[in-house]
Design a protein around this ligand. Sequence first.
Ligand SMILES: [Zn+2]
Length: 311
Amino acid sequence: MAWFKRPNSNLGPGDNGEPNGDSNGDSNQDFGAESTFAPVSDDGSPARVRTEGLWIKCPGCRTILFKAELEAKLHVCPKCGHHFKIGALQRIDLLLEPGYTFVDGNLRSTDPLNFTDIKTYKSRLHAAQKHTGLNDALVTALGKLGHHDVVLAAMEYTFIGGSMGAVVGELIARAIDRSLASGHPLIIVSASGGARMMEGVVSLMQLAKIATGLAQLDEARIPYICLLTDPTTGGITASFAMLGDLNIAEPGALIGFAGPRVIEQTIRQKLPEGFQRSEFLLEHGFLDAVVPRAELKPYLIRALDFLKTPA
Ligand SMILES: [Zn+2]
């Protein structure tokens, strides 16, 4: 939170201007996690009121938003329409009717390479599991989307960047198998930085496994819809996130394979405005539609009405 510096530092504890531990550069941070203001209480003495975690700054328009209001608007900025990231569980709750069931949540990574970078992969997994309450970066649920029975899988970006290792690959393969067995359409909501490098080639092998399953789904004429959310990059974009019968995205989502800086350095050219955002991709034929979050559910119901019509 380097942008939030208070000149006067005598306003109480937690006021050292240090970042709040979230060092991934994500701008969806709590505003006011350290903020206090000092009105005067009834007896005339200064009363300190903490406004911890109540406010958040919109990265789109820099408006300070009241968190409760933002939640009521499905985490979309009421001023500029910026779509904040939401978690896998929130996403499922947003799309499915009450009464859905979670499946396959018990798989955990075995750390096949016994990998260590600056930390051990095991400790990263442990921290992510503790932080998210999930076993890995994907959640699968069975339930109803409007009047359609569906298999819905949603990725959790806060779990090691939504990266795909053996567990995410296996969960998607199982979701595909559930679609094949039941004939219910498959919807995958992607939010990922790509393959999980801590699992090396094991993570890359998932791409072939998933693509094979999706081909079977295609042969069985079962609809598969991809919903790309911010961000969908790397091996995810290069595989299942772009293989849908219908590929749609939320507004303003970063979608691409390599990052813009890498591309600029490689081709030695300045990239155009809005490059790798949903609207740019739609314009250039990589997406079928850009759908605002509030319209997603009715849009998907209509799309399934259409896709499930027998030929
Ligand atoms: Zn905004």
